[in-house]
Write a protein that binds this ligand. Structure first.
Ligand SMILES: [Zn+2]
Length: 722
């Protein structure tokens, strides 16, 4: 791996967090997969050799629990979803070079080899631990089989993760007041021997690794806190049947420890899940040959390994949801380090997608399902554009059909589609293609296209897929302005030579748009490419092709995008509301019917409409209001407060002076983005001390999302709000 700008001479591997084979895919899930696909395609457009891989996560207790409830084997249960995912991704033009699953032979072998390696190097030890056990059902209760109270924050939590509270990974035996999720019986703790991976040995390494790590800032910042709090070793085995067996000592070697009281242990699902990234890359190599893509070189594994460490191997980019940052920035890099694999170059952690401001809920059927979107007849590239460019990647974003329609109609139809159609139609009718006798694009247009290529390249190196999309819509907006300003329909008669130049420029711009927009809207861009009469697939082009002379003959242009009528959105909103209402009613009398563990998280985090506090009855006088000294402020600097999950220390310019204010914004805003933001400050609130830091005033924000209040005009800091 290097830390040079993309494109580098190394092979890149872009991975997507494995979908868990436990339920249907909805639009919220797709954000990560579309994001990964856009990123992988963007790297290829820069000329970077890239493999894009993922696979289904088959193991773990949620699959085992749900299979048990449905009366099928875990394998059958998980394979059903695996096949569904495999069929769904291509419908959204999410085009993995290889899509495997964690229960296949490749992953099983590589996982066992990696664990054996860790064991041989002394990073694995045995320890007696308390394991939850249901005495009535005579069953061990690993992970999701048990729920209880988080020992760190006191919130209700799953056996392996504090999903509703502090988001920490929980070790077996940590959860308090354990209860079986299957039977509802209170659980006992029994002592059992388990294998532990010595993550704590890697603290120093991980601290340095995080300094090098690229990607989104949430993936760097959160793990730093976890390391500062001290890393716990990690129990990597479970008492259950479903999973990859803990690798026994190789046959033939001394078996002195064989027999005895060894129980059947499988590896914890989070050991074999990320190894699928390697396994999937290996399967890709097996299909295309090492001369096309060499998995061993990319992962720096096996015989091909040269010097291990940051300078060897490929550029590994993990695209994940923000709920699995810890696994990808602590455990996984430690596993890779401990087994001489290359470390990840970047982790891109996406925010969640909400629906009307609330979390998706599988059990309440409040979701926009992947298949449903397709069945509604919308083109996949519309959703890709919407998901890729609706807010920065690491922020939570809201899905609404209204916004979907607005972005489609304004940006895809109004800006991109409009430019392409009007300019290509003009070229087709008047010149049958790019006008002849023109000596290349004008300086102005060439420099604009170069600017777009620069923006595109910077976006890839900033890990910002939104900026990838914006680079193109800006170029198309320029195209519209260019054709409007030059009025080729007038020039055709007045100045035919100039008219040819203007239309040639437009065809060149259309070609550049096709090349640069392909990562976001691959299918639509193939259509532009065909309309332009270009040969081959636009998928195989690189940024340099954006400035290559257009090939000439045009096919008759058709509109690329269609407007979504308002009635469609009303219809969709009604459908969704009706379904949610129905599902909520049905839920009352079949409480425990659905697989709760999968939904506990989103249900808890979703405020319902009735959660709004009623408006206050009691009125205050104008004088009371006058007592509040509310001012416009500007954030001069912002930094997280050590030991506090959410708090940020701000220096806020409030006109007459600069105030130090502590605000609970860290989880909801990128701290780096706060600087320069205009805010509204309650200046005469009494001083308070939070985590040892004095707070002198209050920054006003709306709701749990801490949506910052600001001004719309240019009121200076210090201006009184009245
Ligand atoms: Zn917690």
């Amino acid at each position: 791996m290097s830390h040079e700008d993309f494109p580098t001479d190394n092979q890149a591997v872009v991975t997507c967090g494995l979908p868990y084979a436990n339920g249907d895919l909805h639009v919220g899930h797709l954000r990560t997969y579309v994001g990964g696909d856009v990123y992988a395609r963007s790297l290829e457009t820069l000329g970077q050799q890239t493999a894009f891989v993922s696979g289904s996560d088959m193991h773990g207790t949620p699959v085992a629990v749900n299979a048990e409830q449905e009366g099928v084997s875990p394998e059958e249960f998980a394979l059903g979803y695996h096949e569904e995912y495999e069929a769904t991704f291509p419908k959204f033009n999410v085009d993995f070079d290889n899509y495997g699953h964690t229960h296949d032979e490749t992953n099983t072998e590589l996982t066992q080899a990696l664990v054996r390696e860790l064991d041989e190097r002394g990073y694995v030890y045995e320890k007696e631990i308390m394991v939850a056990y249901d005495p009535e059902d005579d069953q061990y209760l690993p992970d999701r089989y048990v729920e209880g109270t988080c020992p760190y924050c006191g919130e209700h939590a799953r056996g392996d993760e504090c999903d509703e509270g502090c988001q920490r990974h929980l070790e077996p035996g940590e959860i308090e007041d354990p209860v079986s999720t299957i039977s509802g019986n209170p659980a006992e703790y029994h002592e059992r021997t388990h294998k532990f991976f010595e993550v704590s040995e890697f603290s120093d390494y991980l601290t340095e690794f995080l300094d090098r790590l690229e990607g989104t800032s949430n993936a760097q910042n959160q793990p730093r806190e976890w390391i500062e709090q001290g890393l716990q070793d990690w129990c990597i085995t479970r008492n259950m049947d479903w999973g990859i067996d803990y690798p026994s000592d190789e046959a033939g070697e001394s078996g002195e420890e064989a027999g005895g009281d060894e129980e059947d242990l499988v590896l914890y699902v989070w050991v074999d899940a990320p190894v699928e990234y390697i396994a999937s890359t290996k399967q890709y190599t097996e299909r295309v040959g090492a001369e096309t893509f060499d998995w061993e070189q990319a992962w720096n594994a096996g015989e091909a390994a040269s010097e291990p460490g940051p300078d060897a191997g490929g550029e590994i980019v993990h695209v994940i949801g923000r709920d699995i940052i810890q696994h990808h920035t602590i455990f996984w890099p430690a596993m890779l380090r401990g087994s001489d694999h290359v470390e990840p170059r970047a982790v891109m952690a996406s925010g969640f997608v909400t629906l009307g401001g609330k979390g998706f809920s599988t059990s309440r059927n409040r979701a926009v399902w992947a298949d449903e979107y397709i069945d509604e007849g919308f083109h996949p590239d519309l959703l890709r554009y919407y998901l890729a460019t609706n807010g920065s990647f690491q922020r939570d974003v809201d899905f609404s059909w209204d916004k979907f329609r607005e972005r489609t109609n304004n940006e895809l139809v109004g800006t991109v589609g409009n430019f392409l159609y009007r300019s290509l139609l003009f070229a087709y009718r008047n010149y049958d293609g790019a006008p002849a006798d023109v000596d290349g694009a004008s300086d102005e247009v060439e420099s604009r296209i170069n600017g777009a290529i620069d923006d595109f390249t910077a976006a890839v190196n900033d890990y910002s897929i939104r900026d990838v999309g914006d680079a193109v819509t800006h170029l198309a907006a320029f195209g519209n302005e260019y054709i409007q300003r030059n009025e080729p329909w007038q020039l055709v008669d007045d100045d035919p030579e100039e008219a040819r130049q203007v239309i040639y420029d437009c065809v060149q711009l259309a070609k550049a748009i096709a090349v640069l927009f392909e990562p976001v809207a691959p299918e639509k861009c193939e259509r532009i490419w065909a309309q332009l009469g270009e040969s081959g697939s636009v998928h195989n082009t690189t940024v340099a092709d954006a400035l290559e002379a257009p090939d000439g003959g045009l096919a008759e242009p058709t509109e690329l995008f269609e407007k979504i009528p308002e009635e469609r959105v009303e219809e969709l909103n009604e459908k969704l509301e009706a379904r949610v209402a129905e599902a909520t009613e049905g839920e009352a009398d079949e409480e425990t019917e659905e697989s709760e563990e999968a939904e506990a998280a989103d249900e808890a985090s979703e405020p319902t409409m009735t959660d709004f506090e009623p408006l206050a009855d009691e009125r205050i006088s104008f004088d009371d209001f006058e007592d509040l000294d509310i001012r416009v402020g500007r954030i001069e600097s912002a930094e997280g407060i050590e030991g506090a999950d959410k708090l940020v220390r701000l220096e806020v310019d409030v006109g007459a002076e600069t105030r130090q204010i502590v605000a609970g914004l860290k989880q909801l805003h990128d701290v780096d983005d706060l600087e320069g933001q205009k805010v509204v400050v309650l200046a005469n609130l009494e001083k308070a001390e939070l985590f040892g830091v004095e707070s002198n005033g209050m920054v006003l924000a709306a709701g749990d999302q801490a949506d910052l209040l600001t001004t719309h005009g240019d009121a200076e800091p210090g201006t009184k709000v009245q």
